[in-house]
Design a protein around this ligand. Structure first.
Ligand SMILES: C[S@@+](CC[C@H](N)C(=O)[O-])C[C@H]1O[C@@H](n2cnc3c(N)ncnc32)[C@H](O)[C@@H]1O
Length: 465
């Protein structure tokens, strides 16, 4: 019915466009973020686009009701990304709006003008297929208990203490994307007000309020404390994060530990496609994400720190070399992901933070980059000479391996341990089994069935070092 009415009423001449613009409401005078090419939301559209969208919205509100209206508005919201002067097609046959591609309202030099009704139909098909995908997962019991709130993660006042079984959260990555500012066009068309309070609570570095990194961290910390409060004991929180800058990781891990969470491990999750974030910030955003898991434990173990001295460079190179050797070449994302996980687990993230915002210059200096595969390799005929003393390297890789095993509930045999860490140590002096055993017994104890198990922190023998 919306489509029929649209086809009947759609303006066909300049004068019909003018009268449609007088008749149907559309956003007027709403100011865009400062780095936009134009000042207000309506300037992002041609008069024809504006009139067509205004008519469509008018029909959705007059014809649609309840859930149908909400679904039509969802289609309309998706359509907005395509029907505006920032949208352009690329040489690969796809297309992007300014917001999705450049993170700002950039008017395209040659905007692609698409047919409004056709793309409204495309949105319809997308929503139907999403519904089909979700349908098998929806049943009466989860429909009855499902609740959606709009609010700030810094104050989950609608959720009672210890009532949540699992938290999966995908928070903003540092200074990368100005989500609230970039949603101005959508909020304007969908009549969603953005209050000063919303802006104050936005977890962001920069943005319209020009927040500092400290403000970002404080808001993030507040939301982690709230997540801790609502989670039941012995339940997990998974944190998705894709920033390469270890400073942000450091904040998250430290804040989560302070709130009472126990770190349970991190896993890389690679993306099959390059994200918009990655396209925009190739050197600071990981193409894959890391998912970092915490548990709300009654007596949480904190991450054991290894004293690595003040210079992390050798360790970074060592880690890079390890992953290059393991995979026969590694991309910067793979190296960085591994490094962040090791940094978290061994407590040297703060050192990384101080020294390396971007690893590329260091990796470029020590390794060969294959332009085609974008993988780093060991330089030809050159053996990397590590400056890290053998006991430190041993301690580092041993602890890293044992922690991973511990998280997986595995008590490895001594032979398995040696087999796993030897390839990582291959470039230095290879330690004797007895040396490995000595280091191992500091961090781990032998189980009655002859395997090795990581000690609880209080039981770590300090005489080893
Ligand atoms: C990495 S994005 C998550 C994207 C989401 N997973 C998706 O696929 O659309 C981070 C989101 O956190 C939101 N955000 C920022 N501050 C917030 C706060 N105080 N409470 C809740 N969400 C916030 C941002 O607006 C942004 O939408």
């Amino acid at each position: 019915m919306v489509v029929e009415e649209y086809e009947r009423l759609v303006p066909k001449s300049d004068s019909e466009i003018r009268s449609a613009l007088e008749k149907y409401p559309y956003p007027r005078g709403i100011i865009l973020p400062g780095d936009s090419d134009v000042e207000t939301v309506e300037q992002l559209f041609s008069n024809k686009q504006l009139a067509e969208l205004a008519l469509l919205k008018h029909l959705i509100f007059t014809i649609g009701e309840g859930k149908i209206r909400a679904q039509l508005l969802l289609m309309f919201s998706g359509l907005l990304n395509r029907i505006n002067l920032t949208y352009h097609t690329n040489t690969y046959g796809g297309g992007d709006s300014g917001v999705m591609r450049y993170y700002r309202y950039r008017i395209a030099p040659n905007p692609t003008i698409s047919d409004t009704l056709h793309y409204f139909g495309v949105r319809y098909k997308s929503i139907i297929s999403a519904k089909k995908e979700l349908a098998p997962l929806i049943n009466e019991s989860n429909l009855d208990t499902f609740l959606a709130y709009q609010g700030t993660a810094t104050d989950l006042d609608q959720i009672t203490d210890e009532s949540v079984d699992y938290v999966y959260t995908d928070p903003p990555y540092g200074a990368k994307i100005q989500y609230l500012d970039l949603s101005t066009m959508w909020n304007a068309w969908l009549d969603l007000p953005v209050s000063d309070f919303d802006r104050q609570q936005e977890i962001i570095e920069g943005g319209r309020l020009e927040k500092t990194r400290e403000e970002y961290s404080a808001l993030m910390a507040q939301s982690i404390r709230e997540l801790y409060r609502v989670l039941k004991y012995d339940r997990w929180m998974s944190f998705v994060f894709a920033d390469k800058n270890p400073a942000y990781w450091h904040t998250i891990v430290e804040t989560a530990e302070k709130a009472g969470f126990e770190y349970m491990g991190a896993v890389p999750q690679s993306n099959s496609t390059r994200s918009f974030k990655k396209v925009q910030h190739p050197s600071t955003v990981l193409s894959g994400q890391l998912i970092i898991n915490f548990r709300k434990a009654r007596s949480p173990r904190t991450i054991m720190k290894v004293d690595l001295g003040e210079d992390a460079t050798d360790l970074i190179l060592e880690t890079a070399e390890g992953i290059i050797a393991e995979n026969d070449g590694a991309t910067i994302e793979e190296i960085n992901g591994d490094l962040i996980i090791k940094g978290i687990e061994l407590g040297f993230l703060d050192l990384l933070t101080k020294k390396y915002d971007d690893l590329s210059p260091l990796l470029d200096a020590y390794f060969d980059l294959d332009d085609e595969t974008q993988k780093y390799h060991m330089p030809q005929n050159k053996k990397f000479k590590s400056a890290i003393p053998v006991d430190l390297r041993l301690r580092y890789f041993l602890l890293s391996f044992m922690k991973r095993q511990h998280q997986q509930g595995i008590n490895p045999k001594f032979d398995d341990i040696v087999q796993s860490i030897m390839p990582l140590l291959k470039n230095g002096i290879t330690p004797e089994d007895q040396t490995i055993l000595n280091v191992l017994s500091v961090w781990a104890r032998r189980t009655p069935d002859g395997r090795w198990r990581l000690r609880d922190e209080g039981q770590i023998r300090l005489d080893g070092f």
